[in-house]
Design a protein around this ligand. Structure first.
Ligand SMILES: Nc1ncnc2c1ncn2[C@@H]1O[C@H](COP(=O)(O)OP(=O)(O)O)[C@@H](O)[C@H]1O
Ligand SMILES: [Mg+2]
Length: 263
């Protein structure tokens, strides 16, 4: 049976994914701050709007207005899509009481609001972005696995293809985005390096079930008016992207702890 794949909105990334993301998948989008996670999410939603999908964007780190401004810089008019009832942006940052907001970073409130939003948009293929998922367990990282499993389980009946971003916080051992990766059907990882005094960004498909995906890391640009532009595949040495040694050690320790945690 052929697999239905959803375009990410970034043509070159679709080619890396043998056509796109399989319908119904939960995909973790991970990477350090400023590497392009939110911008990829914006492309994914803009493509959904183009294809007539029901689109929902949950934003925890930026306000709804900030997402709208960022999208407009790449030529996407999210305000119009909201007016036309093709898109709902659920704002979990501002904490104001209004129709589409979250009062707290609570996973049960999250899934309730997402389901209400899907009902409001109507039947049919849906696209969901949760940017970021790690915000929901910043103060209780041991719960990340349980919480992300809960979200996947409850939302899997609602015909979404989902991108969930997760942050690295290299200052604390607890705040890593573990959890999402464990339940993810796919992992798209952004990375960065500074070479010759210039910030460079990269993208790598680390996992995508049911997909003969590219195993190569590509350098990307973020371009005013266009968004993510994928440049050539690169050969990279480990030290180009490795985190500092003490951070790697913390990751190793928290991975061990996670592995003994009950499922
Ligand atoms: N209009 C723009 N033109 C070029 N680069 C931009 C533009 N808007 C944002 N960027 C770049 O994208 C970065 C933010 O990417 P973003 O996807 O928000 O990162 P994150 O991975 O933290 O979600 C900014 O730091 C900036 O370098
Ligand atoms: Mg972001």
């Amino acid at each position: 049976m052929p697999i239905e794949r959803l375009s990410t909105g970034v043509g070159e990334l679709d080619r890396m994914l043998a056509g796109g993301i399989p319908r119904g998948f939960f995909v973790a989008v991970t990477g350090e701050p400023g590497t392009g996670k939110t911008i990829l999410c914006i492309h994914f939603i803009a493509q959904g709007i183009r294809e007539g999908d029901r689109c929902i964007y949950v934003t925890t780190e930026e306000s709804r207005d900030s997402i709208i401004v960022q999208a407009s810089q790449f030529g996407f008019d999210f305000s119009e899509s909201i007016r036309e009832k093709k898109l709902i942006i659920i704002d979990a940052l501002m904490g104001v009481k209004e129709e589409w907001s979250l009062q707290s970073l609570d996973v049960e409130e999250l899934v309730d609001r997402v389901i209400e939003a899907k009902k409001a948009l109507g039947y049919g293929r849906g696209r969901l972005v949760i940017d970021s998922m790690s915000a929901f367990w910043l103060d209780k990282p041991a719960m990340s696995r349980r919480h992300s499993y809960f979200v996947k389980k409850v939302l899997s009946k609602w015909d979404f293809t989902t991108l969930m971003t997760s942050q690295y916080a290299i200052t604390t051992s607890e705040a890593f985005g573990w959890g999402v990766e464990h339940i993810a059907d796919g992992i798209i990882r952004f990375r960065r390096s500074v070479r010759g005094g210039t910030l460079r960004r990269y993208i790598l498909v680390e996992k995508m079930r049911h997909t003969p995906h590219s195993l190569q890391m590509y350098e990307i640009d973020i371009v005013q008016g266009r968004g993510i532009v994928i440049k050539g595949a690169i050969e990279m040495r480990r030290e180009d992207v490795a985190l500092p040694r003490h951070v790697m050690e913390k990751i190793r320790k928290s991975t061990e702890m996670r592995d003994v945690e009950a499922p």
